[in-house]
Design a protein around this ligand. Structure first.
Ligand code: C2E
Ligand code: MG
Ligand code: MG
Length: 575
């Protein structure tokens, strides 16, 4: 089958043009050609929007020339293969033609060269086109986010720079624009539990929802995996920014439906107004980022405006993050062990491992102050792995000392992010195998709120843990507002009642709640641990209610490993 070739022939002689066409047909092409001999003809031919494959041009025509034709092609931004076919051509003219953009030249008397030259030029045109496309793609990727097709961080900062200069030129004072940084809450958890493809779809859908709230002048960019930045242009009042930001926030109140999966995702937003007077775009974005972190940590606020005092605090936080990284790398963490006591026998039944960080200058930092930081930065994964190994290693040490009262078990706290991490099961297997420890000696404590976050995926992981005989405990029970009946759907062994529910006396309004939790747990065959027992009175009430285990300062605070050994030697009786 012959190949269609669309040829534009720049030639004043009809006969010469005919000869070219015949030669090409002989070479196996089906020719669609048009002859042009003036500038006007050339424009008309190009305006027809035929996608021409090649141009064959005489060097000089009475009212036109190959060089002029090349100029026109340039104006049309067309890079077509261009071969000069001339009666005679000198070296100088050939060089001039090639410089002007012609790809080859040949003499009318030697048309046998035409077909091979056309074939070669067509091949080279394809190579040039591929190269151009790769170049365009690189340029696109330098400025745009491929997934959402939104501008990326670089383009956003450029636009922000322009906005700042424009503001200065117009001597605008007051709130002429605002920068918003929007972060999708718990994106890491969503990504691990829903998988790559659904989390990408969530980002595309989120971008669409945000766009709905923006005007033509506003700019939306995706600047990080889970972060969008917005310039709200033409703002006159702080209240106006707040209303616009709330409108964006409200877009996330409706859950996303992605491939029949319902995903609920809130956002945290930091806002900075141009009136702050920062002249570097990076500084403005950084300020919005700082405010966004405040929104993230304030359970009551989702939108926070930047104030300069926040800056100092942000620097301290950054320092803490890098210190924590070092502490994990150089093992400057240690575990304390708090006894969990049988309320009937007074004997220690197990220990809960609680991580401690001895900071080189700040002293001891409570886990409540660095676990959330580690969850936010992803450091919880190496930290959690270290805790698991260290706790299991400790249990092994106890076993090797063959205290009479063993076997004990050890409880380790697991964050929701760890639970959603695809490598968790592999890591646990590796730790248990390397220490030759059976799964039944390990208990994982998972807070109630983490279990509620993504019940389907998490339940699957819990079932896998149960297959390994690992015990599961729902921690801080009562704080997550889950209904009691929800317990029956989880493959757990133990309920640990949060210390805020531990009743001070019999008239305490929490008395009935604790009673209901204990009864329901027992009817489902689960053990109950009460945490935070500090007084004899509390202990007695819990005994009366039938709660079998307890933990708290009344028995012992979390102990370092030496103190734990001592306790074991003395027989593990606490009360
Ligand atoms: P949690 O798992 O509920 O641990 C119990 C917390 O209550 C511990 O605080 C413990 O020291 C404290 N406590 C024990 N008895 C009493 C008492 O009688 N009265 C009072 N008021 N408090 C008592 P800690 O060690 O500061 O840990 C706080 C939280 O940090 C833990 O709560 C747990 O959620 C988290 N955490 C600790 N270690 C780890 C860890 O290795 N990994 C993870 N993911 N989280 C951890
Ligand atoms: Mg715990
Ligand atoms: Mg707890």
């Amino acid at each position: 089958m012959s190949k269609l070739l669309r040829v534009l022939i720049v030639e004043d002689s009809e006969d010469d043009a005919e000869l070219l066409a015949i030669e090409l047909e002989r070479g196996g092409y089906e020719i669609h050609c048009e002859r042009v001999e003036t500038e006007l003809d050339m424009h008309t031919a190009l305006d027809k929007k035929v996608s021409w494959d090649i141009v064959l041009a005489d060097y000089a025509l009475p009212n036109f020339s190959a060089i002029a034709a090349l100029d026109i092609l340039k104006n049309y931004q067309l890079d077509l293969p261009f071969i000069i076919v001339s009666g005679k051509i000198g070296e100088d003219t050939a060089i001039a033609a090639m410089k002007a953009g012609a790809h080859d030249y040949l003499l009318k008397g030697k048309l046998a060269r035409l077909v091979p030259a056309v074939e070669r030029e067509l091949r080279e045109a394809i190579v040039r086109q591929e190269h151009r496309q790769a170049q365009e793609r690189l340029e696109y990727l330098a400025y745009y986010d491929d997934l959402t097709t939104l501008p990326n961080r670089t383009l956003f900062l450029e636009s922000l720079g322009k906005q700042i200069s424009q503001n200065k030129l117009l001597h605008k004072e007051g709130y002429s624009f605002a920068v918003l940084l929007l972060n999708i809450d718990r994106f890491r958890v969503i990504k691990y539990s829903l998988g790559h493809s659904l989390s990408e779809q969530l980002l595309i859908a989120a971008a669409k929802r945000i766009k709905k709230c923006l005007t033509q002048q506003d700019i939306l960019a995706r600047i990080n995996a889970d972060e969008f930045a917005i310039i709200l242009a033409d703002i006159t009042k702080e209240k106006e920014v707040e209303a616009r930001a709330e409108e964006i926030y409200n877009q996330f109140l409706t859950p996303f439906e992605l491939q029949e999966t319902i995903v609920f995702s809130t956002v945290s937003m930091g806002i900075v107004l141009s009136s702050i007077g920062y002249e570097q775009p990076e500084k403005l974005l950084q300020a919005a980022d700082t405010a966004m972190h405040y929104a993230k940590f304030d359970a009551l606020k989702n939108l926070v405006f930047f104030h300069e005092v926040m800056h100092t605090l942000a620097v301290e936080r950054l320092q803490l993050e890098s210190d924590l990284q070092q502490a994990i790398n150089y093992k400057r963490l240690h575990l304390n062990y708090q006894p969990i006591v049988s309320l009937y026998t007074g004997m220690v039944d197990s220990f809960e491992a609680l991580v401690r960080w001895e900071h080189h200058s700040l002293g001891s930092i409570d886990p409540e102050n660095f676990i959330s930081l580690s969850e936010e930065t992803g450091l919880i994964i190496p930290l959690g792995k270290w805790v698991l190994r260290e706790a299991c290693q400790q249990l092994n040490n106890w076993k090797q000392c063959s205290f009479r009262y063993l076997p004990l078990s050890i409880s380790v706290n697991i964050s929701g992010i760890q639970l959603s991490h695809p490598k968790l099961l592999g890591q646990i297997d590796e730790i248990l195998q390397s220490l030759q420890l059976e799964g039944k000696y390990l208990k994982l404590e998972i807070t109630e709120s983490n279990l509620m976050e993504n019940s389907v995926t998490i339940t699957k992981v819990l079932e896998k843990l149960k297959e390994r005989e690992i015990k599961l405990c729902i921690d801080d029970f009562g704080t997550g507002y889950s209904s009691l009946s929800y317990l029956r759907y989880l493959p757990i062994d133990t309920v640990k009642i949060d210390r805020s529910f531990i009743v001070k006396n019999k008239n305490d309004p929490n008395y009935d709640i604790v009673k209901a939790i204990v009864n329901l747990a027992h009817s489902l065959g689960l053990d109950v641990i009460a945490e935070g027992i500090e007084t004899e009175l509390q202990l007695n009430i819990l005994r009366e209610l039938g709660c079998e285990y307890g933990q708290g300062y009344l028995f012992a605070s979390p102990l370092d490993s030496q103190a734990t050994f001592k306790l074991m030697k003395s027989g593990l009786r606490i009360c």
